[in-house]
Design a protein around this ligand. Structure first.
Ligand code: GLN
Length: 202
């Protein structure tokens, strides 16, 4: 099963390593043609404004949107989640328009300087078992999620940090940076379901 990781900028190598560890074929995606034949696409963490400028230059935005229409599973982690959001409440004047695929409103750098990075054990029912060790790095928070988006996990204070909307998944944190591979395995199950309903062409 071939999973693409958008490799414009940011933490793509860590996703590739995690995917290989759990037995998936991982491909670094830099051109639109490389989206053909994938069973899933991960948009990593990094810096959302920079990433969007690059996806625009490489004409990847429209290509990603057309694969979404076919149901390709797409998972945005941290900056990747910002790219997927319908609304970025503090986008700033230099930030290009994102992909706008998920019915979520997101706020960048929402945890303030004193807690730029932290790890927390998150309850995630879909993963079963123990809480998930989630690494947050200058993370966004999901301020609201409207149907068909469904909340998968919240911090203890109620803040939404993981959402699923059909073929789309967004996490505010970096599952590729913890030793726990359950989120990547969850995404592989989404990819398997997609392959089960689609004839691959690439
Ligand atoms: N703060 C970054 C942004 O706004 C996201 C941080 C991350 O991906 N770890 O794009």
């Amino acid at each position: 099963m071939k999973i693409g990781v958008l490799a414009m900028q940011g933490a793509f190598a860590e996703h590739v390593a995690m995917l290989k560890k759990i037995g998936a074929e991982a491909v670094e995606v830099r051109r639109a043609e490389q989206l053909d034949g994938l069973a899933g696409l991960i948009i990593p963490g990094g810096e959302s404004t920079t990433m969007l400028k690059l996806t625009d230059i490489y004409r990847l935005n429209e290509a990603i949107k057309s694969h979404d229409k076919k149901g390709l599973p797409i998972w945005g982690t941290c900056a990747g989640a910002i790219l997927l959001a319908y609304e970025v409440t503090n986008a700033g004047p230099n930030m290009p328009v994102g992909l706008g695929l998920m019915c979520i409103s997101i706020r960048r750098n929402a945890f303030g300087r004193q807690v730029d990075s932290f790890e927390v054990k998150l309850p995630v029912d879909e993963l079963g078992g123990e809480p998930f060790p989630a690494v947050f790095i200058r993370a966004p928070i999901i301020e609201s999620a409207l149907p068909p988006a469904k909340v998968l996990s919240r911090l203890g204070n109620g803040t939404i940090v993981a959402v699923r909307q059909d073929n789309l998944l967004a996490t505010s944190f970096h599952p590729e940076l913890s030793m726990d591979d359950r989120f990547h395995r969850y995404f592989l199950r989404m990819a398997e379901e997609y392959l089960g309903t689609h004839q691959q062409t690439g």
